[in-house]
Design a protein around this ligand. Structure first.
Ligand code: MN
Length: 279
């Protein structure tokens, strides 16, 4: 199921090019979308048949006439993989000689939840004179509280998957500083529940800046795949329901500038675009 937030945080289910308003079925509170999402995930198995049945009578809209919001609007944290594809490590070494390690030695970093924006919104570049890059990534939302969960059990704790851009100022500052500016985490277009993703570690994905294809890769090349990275993160901290985990970017990162349109697309999930402007 594709679960979307739209038009001031209503709850929707997307089928083909339409979105069905199911806010009333899930006792959704538009004033507390993150809390409502956590509740929805907790009771999802129970609610699922009712949601499916309700679609015939639910009010629906064409996707072209609504605006999507970030599908996970306010997690307690965003846990992010640093270097987690070998070809990205290589390109970073060539350009900055600062990526000799992978996730194995670097662990993870946290991005500020306040950096989240949704489809159609605008990345606001804080500096005109510093290189700021796009990073296309597969991300997921945690469905159940998790601590010390092994890779083999991790799939039971993942509610669903979506696309994430980890926008990054290049330089010597620590990663959380370079990656936590407001608007630096566009996510979307919706959550695709885990049952519809046959293997998250075998998903093609790509990113364009305007018409130029910049990144084209597959999660099969992750060094720490979704489940192994889940294990690594949950061995340190408690992953709360509604938290975001993002798996790292492949090769092809490059700079963005005012006026650009950045589009990300992941197989079986979908795509969305954001604009770029100066702050
Ligand atoms: Mn990244």
């Amino acid at each position: 199921m594709k679960i979307a937030l739209f038009n001031d945080f209503k709850l929707g289910v997307v089928k083909e090019d339409r979105i069905f308003d199911i806010s009333s079925i899930a006792s959704w509170d538009v004033k507390n979308p993150q809390g409502s999402l956590v509740q929805l995930m907790e009771s999802f198995e129970e609610l699922k048949p009712r949601i499916v049945n309700s679609l015939t009578s639910a009010e629906s809209f064409s996707l072209s006439e609504i605006s999507l919001q970030p599908p996970v609007p306010a997690p307690s944290k965003i846990v992010a993989a640093p270097v987690n594809y070998y070809l990205h490590q290589e390109e970073m070494n060539k350009q900055f000689s600062n990526a000799e390690y992978t996730v194995e030695k670097l662990g993870f970093f946290l991005k500020a939840p306040s950096s989240i924006i949704g489809p159609g919104e605008t990345i606001k570049l804080p500096f005109k004179d510093r290189r700021t890059d796009h990073e296309a990534e597969l991300a997921f939302v945690v469905g159940k509280r998790a601590k010390d969960v092994s890779a083999s059990e991790a799939s039971k704790y993942i509610f669903g998957y979506f696309a994430l851009m980890d926008i990054t100022v290049r330089g010597k500052e620590d990663r959380p500083w370079r990656k936590s500016f407001d608007t630096f985490t566009p996510i979307g277009p919706w959550i695709v529940t885990a049952d519809e993703i046959e293997d998250p570690n075998k998903l093609g994905f790509r990113l364009w800046v305007n018409e130029e294809l910049r990144q084209s890769a597959n999660t099969k090349d992750l060094i720490y795949d979704c489940y192994k990275f889940f294990e690594a993160a949950s061995s340190v901290l408690t992953l709360e329901p509604g938290d975001i985990v993002t798996t790292g970017t492949p090769e092809g990162v490059g700079s963005i500038d005012k006026g650009d349109q950045v589009r990300i697309q992941i197989d079986r999930i979908g795509e969305f675009s954001v604009s770029v402007d100066y702050k």
